[in-house]
Design a protein around this ligand. Structure first.
Ligand code: IPM
Ligand code: MG
Length: 360
């Protein structure tokens, strides 16, 4: 297979983790007889430095014309970077929101899986961890509070800021369908998370999700209020299979879910549109404090590359080869600093990439 991949290394640890993911993809190409062609485009702080904006139209178009996008991370140290001395729509993260919207990547899939080898790093008690957990957060990514109208005004000397949360039924339906489709390939259980006891948008969410559920009689649907969900994630994580939720709730819950896996450095993600096109990125940020020091964990990005093979290129066997290689390296006791524990072998970013590539 011949695939055009746009890479967006971005800022902070972005370049070094994307480099390792490409190393692993190149090994897959060699072993399974594919060709992956990469084209790098700028987004985030590095694009601000080069062009004055976090995402140029040209970069967006290059991404649009590719088969898939592999992203590292964007952004810097908010308190301590010139990238944040400008209007919000010109800051690094605005590039990320613009590419999500511009490519219509409405379905954000964030798996949270506890590797047995890392259960020591899980902050939950053993009796709560039980047999571990394996869930997928399906987060709506191009609507809600993130993209609603917003403004700040001053009236009679009092500052007032407004953000709006709007969803239409079509936006809810298409993400719900993705969640049920994924549930069919898993344990057939969807928990739809909302705040229907307060918000109109959540009441509509519930109604539409129930309609979609009728087309999936094999899938069990439960509704859960978002505050209860935040609690259940740390009380009984094993009960979750597919969590379906809107943009802002998904942002918060996916960080919570990732933390109970032991390290945010392990979590991959995929953002998909209606077709097979997607953008793949680790769930973590750009970690400027450790950038360029060979300390970053490249596994989340490498697993994101595996998701790219599975969802955009239909290369399941190759995706599994990457996932198996990651599992093997962990079983053999290799750890980057963020997941290091006693008796294991500490390795850097580059060595971790080499070890995984060697096992493909
Ligand atoms: C995420 C991040 C982004 C978000 C930020 C960087 C805008 O937290 O991908 O979860 O809020 O969506
Ligand atoms: Mg987030």
């Amino acid at each position: 297979m011949d695939c055009k991949i746009v890479t967006i290394s971005g800022d902070g640890i972005g370049p070094e983790i994307v480099r390792e993911a490409c190393k692993v993809l190149d090994k897959v190409a060699q072993v399974y007889g594919h060709s992956f062609h990469y084209k790098e485009v700028l987004m985030g702080g590095c694009s601000i430095d080069a062009y004055g904006v976090p995402l140029t139209d040209e970069a967006l178009n290059t991404a649009r014309e590719s088969d898939a996008v592999l992203l590292g991370a964007v952004g810097g140290d908010v308190g301590n970077s010139r990238w944040y001395d400008v209007a919000p729509n010109l800051r690094p993260e605005a590039g990320l929101l613009a590419i999500r919207k511009g490519l219509n990547l409405f379905a954000n899939i964030r798996p949270a899986y506890l590797y047995k080898e890392l259960s020591g790093a899980c902050p939950l008690k053993k009796e709560i961890i039980g047999d571990g957990f394996d869930m997928v957060i399906m987060r709506e990514l191009t609507g809600g509070l993130y993209f609603g109208e917003r403004h700040t005004e001053e009236a009679d000397g009092v500052l007032q800021a407004t953000d709006t949360l709007t969803y239409n039924e079509n936006e809810i339906r298409r993400i719900a369908i993705k969640a049920f489709d994924i549930a069919m390939k898993r344990r057939k259980h969807v928990i739809s998370v909302d705040k229907a006891n307060v918000l109109d948008s959540s009441r509509l969410w519930r109604k539409v999700v129930e309609e979609v559920a009728k087309d999936y009689p094999e899938v069990k649907l439960e509704h859960m209020l978002v505050d209860n969900c935040a609690m259940q994630l740390v009380m009984n994580p094993g009960r979750f299979d597919v969590v379906l939720t809107e943009n802002m709730f998904g942002d918060i819950l996916s960080d919570e879910a990732s933390m109970i896996t032991g390290s945010i450095g392990m979590l991959s993600s995929a953002s998909l549109n209606e077709s097979r096109f997607g953008m793949y990125e680790p769930s973590h940020g750009s970690a400027p404090d450790i950038a360029g020091k060979d300390l970053a964990n490249p596994i989340a990005t490498i697993l994101s590359a595996a998701m790219m093979l599975r969802y955009s290129f239909d290369l399941d066997r190759e995706a599994e080869a990457i996932e198996r290689a990651v599992q093997k390296v962990l079983t053999e006791g290799y750890r980057t600093p963020d997941i290091m524990s006693e008796g294991c072998t500490r390795v850097g970013t580059v060595r971790m990439g080499d070890l995984i590539a060697e096992r493909i």
